[in-house]
Design a protein around this ligand. Structure first.
Ligand code: SF4
Length: 171
């Protein structure tokens, strides 16, 4: 019996150390994970705001007292500062969580390959998000929208490359 208890104790110790290593490797703070989209604890459906006509699902949601913290993970992204598009995506999750819970997140987290960035959910970011959403909706009305080639690698991976007249050419 004592061997069984000893074995269980060692197993518990190994699991505890393993979970510590995994959590440290994510670069995320020590908070309760309310939800994550990387295994089997998925939200039953995406967050949706009728008021803003916006929908989306963050990769993780952490508990922050009564408020929640959305987390967006870009494991391939190598950058030392957060990209504007990623900030706006995280802002959209902040807005969706605020709409869903009635409590505004104080911030969201962007996790890149090497860095985790805290993005504060401010009035300025809220305004920037609304402006970006308006601009996107305006573009939806247009018949002809100029393509952006700010991220040329997207063309190589794009499923419309064989039909798109603006596709970049690669050797
Ligand atoms: S192939 Fe056309 S649609 Fe696709 S990324 Fe390139 S420009 Fe955009």
């Amino acid at each position: 019996m004592i061997w069984l208890a000893l074995g269980l104790g060692l197993l518990a110790l190994w699991l505890w150390r393993r979970s510590n290593q995994l959590r440290t490797s994510t670069g995320l703070p020590w908070r309760t994970v309310v939800y994550h989209d990387t295994a089997h604890r998925e939200l039953t459906k995406a967050l949706f705001s009728a008021r803003y006509q916006l929908t989306g699902k963050p990769d993780y949601v952490l508990a922050d007292g009564k408020a929640l913290i959305p987390v967006e993970v870009k494991p391939q992204r190598q950058a030392t500062s957060p990209r504007q598009g990623d900030i706006l995506q995280l802002a959209a999750y902040c807005l969706l969580l605020e709409e869903a819970t009635g409590i505004a997140p104080r911030y969201g987290l962007l996790r890149y390959a090497q860095h985790t960035f805290q993005v504060d959910w401010t009035d300025q970011l809220y305004q920037a998000l609304l402006e970006a959403l308006d601009a996107m909706r305006d573009d939806l009305e247009l018949n002809d929208v100029e393509r952006s080639h700010e991220q040329p690698w997207r063309c190589r991976a794009c499923g419309f490359g064989d039909r798109c007249t603006d596709a970049l050419e690669y050797d």
